[in-house]
Design a protein around this ligand. Structure first.
Ligand code: ATP
Ligand code: MG
Ligand code: MG
Length: 568
């Protein structure tokens, strides 16, 4: 795991440093606070923070808050929590809105130098002038306004003199460019909407393509890592960075220096990589928002959700998400990652990290008739079969136990090696029991009456007697009643976004994705703190629910089964 990662981005960074094109590495992770982060963002976080860490550099967390209508402080808080939870920390926490004054001064510079103009066309007219992939666009009739007139109009836009949508500031590039992003893209639009950070200070807001690259330059970012859909925007990114030239224009940064923000501005380089997509899932904030708003899931942190809050509540350890990011790797090839890869990462991390406990989630009573009514003893169990550092614990044992319904078959099928009438099975850590009698209520089996072969108890001469099946159990006298939430994949088709069948992703929700049952857990399982991850032997990995678990009212979520039950 500590071998140097060799993807193309790290190779670029390595050679930039080796050949002296950069002295240091500065990256950033720039989420828009318009929703919760999801598993795709984990890939971007692991990359930008990871590259900075590996090369002795720094990474900023920048909230890309240029679109006030959709952004909330709630999301800003959750994003910070999620990045920390994933195991990363930022050098600086910034908001794109911290730079509004700089963006504005830079826009005045572009206007003065003839690189931008105020356009009076409506949004619809602008669209109409833009052209298509095969046809060039047409110049706006306002394109040849003088710098003086443009500067006056821009200042009046900033002063709030014009109505929403009445004017835009546009870059003067090339309406015939083969790259539509370069056909005089908007820089500022008028939007009299209060902003979560700047209140009503601004009646105009910068566009993403303008604000993003300048934010990178202000912060001295060296390598600006983003997903492939921005590849066609890179010429525009470079155009703004070069024309504004923050590194060579310290006067534009004066408003920040007054506020104690004094980064050395850079000429950043944008590098694109492919997004993470997971099958049986969606990774779009907008669609995840719809699931929440329509009540199709129980909120952003519903354990079925691929949000970081959901994955956390489900019990996925952050190390499993970092392992996933490593496994998937970084490339320019778009591909879909199988959900089982994530589950495999969770199993691998949890197998090493989770203590073992006994629990029964579909209970059937088993009475050991040859033990006295009041028999009670403490058995010593190792907490981890492969790691002694986990220590041991006492597990109470008594005459009446719960076992899983599944571990008994009245009419056993061929190859069934667990308990059957007249048959024998090993009770984990106890010894071998024989089923003498099956108590029924109509069709339903209500109790098994068994004898324990006392010669097979630990330390006895027959303790190693060979027998095919071993099953788990809890003492009915001591076990605690627990709510157990069994989770599975959110969607029941690999590509819920595929509209070929005329259905949307909402129609492909997996009705089996959440099942709540009552089970029994050994006392030491109930005692754990919320968010403790355990393996319930033979059942899977579980976590004590972050919000609802308490020792008096235990609640466990299943993270993942022990084996891949979806594999065929
Ligand atoms: P969505 O489309 O879900 O709204 P977004 O790209 O608009 O996502 P941002 O908040 O802008 O969300 O994303 C922050 C950063 O995370 C961006 O640099 C973006 O490229 C990256 N990112 C977003 N989704 C993924 C993904 N699925 N895989 C990898 N990186 C991603
Ligand atoms: Mg975005
Ligand atoms: Mg988005």
């Amino acid at each position: 795991p500590d071998a140097p990662r060799q993807d193309f981005i790290r190779q670029i960074v390595r050679s930039d440093l080796a050949e002296g094109r950069q002295q240091t590495v500065r990256t950033r992770f720039p989420p828009e606070p318009n929703g919760y982060l999801h598993i795709g963002h984990a890939k971007a976080i692991c990359l930008s923070f990871g590259v900075a860490r590996e090369f002795g550099g720094t990474c900023n967390l920048r909230l890309d808050d240029t679109n006030p209508a959709k952004e909330l402080p709630e999301y800003v808080r959750a994003i910070q929590e999620d990045v920390h939870w994933l195991g990363f920390d930022w050098a600086n926490l910034r908001h794109a809105s911290d730079y509004f004054e700089v963006f504005y001064l830079a826009a005045e510079k572009l206007v003065r130098e003839g690189h931008a103009y105020v356009d009076d066309l409506s949004a619809e007219e602008v669209r109409d002038h833009r052209g298509t992939l095969t046809e060039p666009g047409r110049n706006s009739p306002w394109r040849e306004r003088s710098p003086e007139e443009n500067l006056d109009l821009l200042r009046r836009m900033r002063a709030g003199e014009f109505a929403d949508g009445a004017k835009t500031l546009r870059a003067k590039i090339d309406m015939a460019s083969g790259n539509i992003n370069l056909r005089d893209p908007a820089i500022y639009r008028i939007k009299k909407v209060p902003h979560q950070n700047t209140g009503d200070a601004w009646p105009i807001y910068p566009m993403y393509d303008y604000a993003h690259c300048l934010s990178d330059a202000i912060e001295g970012i060296t390598h600006s890592l983003c997903t492939l859909e921005f590849e066609d925007h890179r010429p525009l990114y470079d155009w703004f960075v070069d024309r504004v030239d923050l590194a060579g224009s310290p006067e534009l940064l004066a408003p920040l220096r007054e506020r104690g923000i004094d980064d050395a501005a850079s000429k950043p380089r944008q590098i694109e990589f492919s997004r993470l997509s997971l099958n049986f899932n969606i990774t779009s904030k907008r669609k995840l928002m719809t699931l929440v708003q329509e009540g199709l899931v129980d909120g952003w942190d519903d354990p079925r959700m691929p949000t970081l809050q959901g994955l956390r509540r489900r019990g996925f350890p952050p190390a499993a998400l970092r392992l996933l990011a490593d496994r998937v790797g970084i490339s320019k090839q778009n591909s879909v990652t199988d959900f089982s890869v994530l589950e495999g990462c969770a199993r691998e991390v949890l197998d090493a990290a989770a203590a073992r406990r006994l629990a029964v989630i579909d209970p059937l009573k088993l009475v050991i008739t040859n033990l006295p009514e009041d028999h009670a003893e403490q058995l010593v169990f190792p907490n981890h079969p492969k790691d002694e550092s986990f220590g041991t614990r006492a597990v109470p044992f008594s005459r009446t136990l719960w076992i899983e319904q599944d571990d008994f078959m009245r009419e056993p099928v061929k190859g069934f090696h667990r308990l059957k009438p007249g048959g024998e099975v090993r009770l984990r850590g106890v010894g071998i029991v024989r089923c003498d009698e099956v108590v029924v209520d109509g069709e339903r089996v209500t109790e098994l009456r068994c004898t324990l072969d006392l010669d097979t108890r630990p330390g006895m001469p027959g303790a190693d007697r060979k027998i095919k099946g071993t099953i788990h159990w809890v003492s009915a006298l001591h076990a605690l009643d627990a709510e157990v939430r069994l989770y599975d994949r959110l969607f029941d088709v690999a590509d819920p976004d595929d509209d070929a069948d005329g259905k949307g992703y909402r129609d492909h929700l997996n009705p089996e994705a959440k099942r709540v049952v009552r089970g029994f857990v050994e006392p030491s399982a109930a005692e754990v703190e919320p968010e403790t991850r355990l393996q319930f032997e033979r059942l899977g990995f579980f976590v004590a629910d972050r919000r609802d678990h308490s020792p008096r009212r235990p609640v466990f979520n299943r993270v993942v089964t022990l084996r891949d039950v979806w594999a065929r």
